[in-house]
Design a protein around this ligand. Structure first.
Ligand code: PLP
Length: 219
């Protein structure tokens, strides 16, 4: 099956109000263009350097989401490429992004990444740390916190991830009610190729799909 057919049947199934982000790591600029031409409006890259070369070819034909961990020395470059960072999880990165946004005179959207599985060595803050991070960011007037993102642990049985999505949804609702500064809980990014239907049932408004759109990754 080709990309166009995959995207067609996907977009028929995704409810209105849910944004599909094509997870494009390892995919070529040509493949990504095909996805954009098929009607996907947002793409997500994991590495600044990989995104940079594709950005030179593709440019602003799509919304660029950063969905991987950002090293601090790549933050300035990330800011230039991406329309939104989904993986903000520390105050230092927030400070750098805020400074770039301030210099450009824009308000830059970010999502807070939650390590919902409390996994060692994984990105994201633990759920109970989110309020402190958001509060600590209240002085960064050029950032707008627009929601939460989570990966969750990998399971053989996709259904096993549901409690983790549910936990992040609950946090999302709590933060919405809390009304913290610079923070508007608008997007909940969770769900990948084998879990996106579950994620939508649990309240996701952004899903990030690689394999569903492109087929299996090579190598
Ligand atoms: C690769 C990736 C995805 C998509 O993975 P698939 O299983 O191929 O759909 C989603 N989110 C992040 C952060 C990723 O790195």
């Amino acid at each position: 099956m080709d990309i166009q057919k995959r995207v067609d049947s996907l977009l028929k199934e995704v409810p209105p109000g849910v944004t599909v982000v094509a997870a494009t790591k390892t995919r070529s600029a040509e493949e990504i263009m095909e996805v954009i031409d098929s009607g996907v409006k947002a793409i997500g890259e994991n590495y600044v350097q990989e995104a940079e070369s594709k950005f030179r070819t593709i440019g602003k034909k799509a919304d660029w989401h950063m969905i991987g961990h950002i090293q601090k020395n790549k933050a300035g470059k990330a800011f230039e490429i991406f329309d939104m960072v989904e993986t903000l999880d520390n105050i230092k990165l927030a400070e750098i992004l805020n400074r770039s946004a301030c210099a450009k005179g824009i308000i830059y959207p970010v999502l807070i990444e939650i390590n919902s599985g409390r996994e060692k060595g994984k990105s994201g803050v633990f759920p109970e740390e989110a309020v402190d991070l958001i509060t600590g960011m209240s002085k960064f007037h050029n950032l707008k916190i627009q929601g939460l993102m989570t990966m969750g642990p990998f399971f053989e049985n996709p259904e096993d991830i549901r409690p983790f999505y549910r936990l992040v949804r609950r946090l999302f609702e709590e933060l919405k009610t809390a009304g913290l500064p610079n923070s508007e809980m608008k997007y909940l990014s969770m769900g990948m190729s084998d879990t996106w239907r579950i994620a939508i049932e649990e309240g996701a408004s952004i899903i990030r799909l690689g394999t569903t759109i492109f087929g299996p990754r090579k190598g």
